[in-house]
Design a protein around this ligand. Sequence first.
Ligand code: FAD
Length: 491
Amino acid sequence: GKTIKAPIIIIGSGYGGAVSALRLCESGKKVLLLEMGLNWEKSGIPYSNLLKPGKSSAWLKKKSIAPFMNIFSLTPFTGILDRLEFENINIWVGRGVGGGSLVNGGMAVTPKESYFKEVFPNLDAEKFYNHYFPLVQKDLKVNVIDEEFLKDCPYYKFTRVGEQEAHQAGFKTIRVPNVYDFKYMEKEFRNEVPRSALNTEVIYGNNHGKNSLDKTYLKKALETGNLEILDLHRVEDIQLNEDKSYTLNTQHIDTSGNILADKTFQCDQLILSAGTMGTLQLLLKSNALNGLPLNEKIGKSWGNNGNFMTGRNWVKPLSGGTGSKQSTIPVGGIDNWDNKEHPFFTEIAPLPMGMDVATALYLLINRVDKKGEVTYNKINQSLQLNWDKSNTAAMRENAKYFIRKMNQANGGTRSHLLFNNGFGADICYHPLGGCVLGEATNEYGKLNGHDNLYVLDGSLIPGTIGVNPFVTITAITEYCIENLIKQNEFA
Ligand code: FAD
């Protein structure tokens, strides 16, 4: 077929893609965004909740793919949650117009300044904490739960119990901001509006309440009239042309995953925002397939952001456990980051199973002192992750220490209900790195060795940021795209 030409193409509509699109469109540039997932808002198809997985719950799978309890059969559909399976780790990612913002828990956490400086020694931290972080908190619509609501709401018993237990064990707790509109949640509770967070909606999408990117950055970008989004368009590989433009081989698919058409796009400037794993897949595959030039830093400094899941059973069974009703939106965390021997942060996570299972779930975020590496296996044509038990050993020690202290102070057992041996070392929600800012790219995300190729997403962060990552991904993208536009990089 014929080649479709566009000056600027962005691949992927998650945080990196949405921020880049908005700022370019505001500066008067025409942008074409290619997204492999579905435009859910446009489709009008509702999202499923956790108790009844349906169309939105998995990317072309025959069975549900939550971290645990997958007893549900599915008809394959281009759902919003995908699970990438590697030898020692499973990585969950979002698919659809809005990327990870559609599936995630909305926790909007600004990193600790001391750790940000350690991870990004060359960035101007003052500018980030005075300008970029406040900017993205506003534009992502970050807010905090009202303490009075939290104190009485039966849907937050799991948080109150979790915090009491943490204090009993000598840990410090913190309030966690979110992009879920807590005023909407209060109305849900009073039955004035349809329920979402209070109706077990999360990871398969939220029909209400959550300010995902389709309601913030992407909406504003579309309002400029300069953005076109093509959904269900999966870029297969990238070719560098002699005139330094790029050709993208793309498949237009239907919602069952069938290929409707092979399409070829050509652009002067290309922004890769396919998420850490998507961007690495495109770069490494294109290099293997058609010799796309890559520098030796691509694939290096990959990490799971220290993700380590664990849980406890028999949490206060006599005093009513963690509650049969649970909001899906976490608001509590335990901050043990400044502990020299066991530095970690953990989310007090909900487990909204529709009954009281007296079980507490925690997603620990640890340091990543031993990084992994992503390569491409030409034989089975897939990404390969150099990552094993040794990479998560220190995280396991932290989880052991945490669970032991919590159980000693409060009773309870390590959760064998949720995980083998009580530990989910192989569960990753926060893949980061592999195309590190200032190493594989210049100081603003332009790929080394290329004139017109930019990477703007989680792969710029070297494997760790110490908290849930999307606030940092958004801020780094704001910083990069602002400077790239200033430097007149875009035609
Ligand atoms: P993404 O948001 O992953 O966007 C990439 C987009 O590119 C996707 O839409 C994808 O479909 C598309 N794409 C990929 N390849 C192609 C291709 N070849 N062609 C076309 N399109 C392509 N973080 C937090 O900060 N707080 C949280 O509470 C939180 N909870 C989470 C819960 C879950 C279950 C998961 C999975 C993640 C969570 N995260 C959370 C992590 C957060 O969502 C991600 O870090 C973030 O979305 C990454 O942003 P990104 O811009 O790098 O890419």
